[in-house]
Design a protein around this ligand. Structure first.
Ligand code: TXA
Ligand code: MG
Length: 335
């Protein structure tokens, strides 16, 4: 298994291993170390939710501001009762329907939840991930797992073990290999305002799906509306390469014809751009497939050291909305 190398600087302490051995993951987590875990949405950077030491490591490794709280992952809804109280009946309806799955609920926290998990807020975010390996892992542990996406703060989320290795290699001991993430985009974060459902982050469960089950839903995007500190741009989910998001791919691509550009298109290639520089998200125009391929496309093009990435907006409904949301954020200029 991965060894800590004391001669190395802190950030390159580990010889990071990618494998499927649950017992190694259990041992490391029991010792307050971090393990990257597969989920159906994106890979998480997991630690013991009841350990201040593990939580501190998560913030350090991710370089994430401590004002940004963490999602607690559990194996089944009976565990949610141990972590949260005053759970509205609608929460159970949603859990029944969408869990395990990409739904994160904001619920009044019990004392057992550390302030470090919620950044001092009175509500805790909980979800039951739908990935067999991680569900098995959770059942072998005496504690839930806090797990933000396993990327450095602000960068593209990982949907394959190699994405995690590329970004956090040397900084964590172990990546539990659960293959490619099936949804490819983060969970939907949903809370309640006077009993009414509010979506705080759009994600793999669309607003339409939630509406169909429980009626009207408000969208109040907290990642956009509440920047973490004044003046801080809502710049997130971003490649290092500058990215433009457009409804008019062909027009935009022609404008930058003299540059080294990469293209992310929904379903068709552009005839005047070389094949290697283009990624189609779904040849059949399937929004779920497009979401599944999004972060890998960004990772791939970002590695090519291009001058510009131009991405095509998806139809703005269903999971397409969440994809457009991520691409909008990836497209904020950095200067
Ligand atoms: O799909 C996912 O949710 C992935 C996988 C690994 O489970 N995790 C993930 O975590 O995306 P992270 O940390 O990258 O994003 C968590 C989101 C943030 O928007 C954060 O502000 C919100 O959940 N959040 C967490 N705890 C919260 C709380 N107590 N109150 C309000 N928002 C919270
Ligand atoms: Mg994230």
């Amino acid at each position: 298994m991965a060894k800590a190398n004391s001669n190395q600087p802190e950030e390159n302490k580990w010889d990071t291993t990618i494998d499927v051995d649950l017992s190694i993951a259990v041992d490391l987590l029991n010792q307050d170390e971090l393990v990257s875990i597969p989920t159906e949405t994106v890979y998480g950077l997991a630690g013991n939710a009841f350990s201040k030491k593990a939580i501190q490591k998560i913030y350090e490794v991710k370089q994430r501001p401590v004002s940004n709280p963490l999602i607690v992952h559990v194996a089944d809804s009976s565990k949610i009762k141990e972590l949260a109280e005053d759970i509205p009946p609608m929460a159970w309806v949603l859990l029944e329907h969408f869990s395990p799955g990409p739904l994160t609920l904001l619920l009044p926290k019990k004392k057992i939840i550390l302030d470090e998990v919620t950044s001092g807020l009175s509500e805790v975010a909980v979800r039951i991930p739908n990935h067999s390996l991680t569900l098995e892992l959770l059942k072998k542990l005496d504690f839930p797992l806090v797990a933000p996406s396993a990327n450095p703060y602000g960068y593209i989320s990982p949907t394959k073990p190699v994405h995690v290795l590329k970004q956090l290699g040397g900084k964590i001991p172990y990546i539990l290999d659960g293959g490619n993430c099936s949804k490819g985009i983060e969970s939907t974060v949903l809370g309640f305002d006077q009993g009414k459902p509010v979506i705080y982050r759009q994600g793999a469960i669309s607003m339409e799906m939630i509406q169909e089950l429980v009626g009207d839903v408000i969208i109040k995007d907290h990642e956009k509306e509440k920047p973490l500190s004044p003046g801080m741009v809502p710049h997130h989910y971003s490649p290092h390469t500058k990215l433009i998001l457009t409804d008019f791919l062909e027009v935009e691509a022609k404008k930058y014809a003299e540059k080294e550009i990469g293209i992310i298109s929904f379903k068709e290639k552009l005839p005047f751009i070389s094949n290697e520089n283009q990624i189609i998200l779904s040849k059949t125009g399937n929004l779920n497939e497009a979401a599944q391929n999004l972060y890998n496309a960004l990772h791939q093009l970002d590695e090519m050291n291009l001058q510009l990435i131009i991405a095509e907006k998806l139809p703005n409904y269903g999971i397409g909305k969440a994809v457009n949301d991520r691409l909008t954020r990836a497209s904020y200029t950095k200067d």
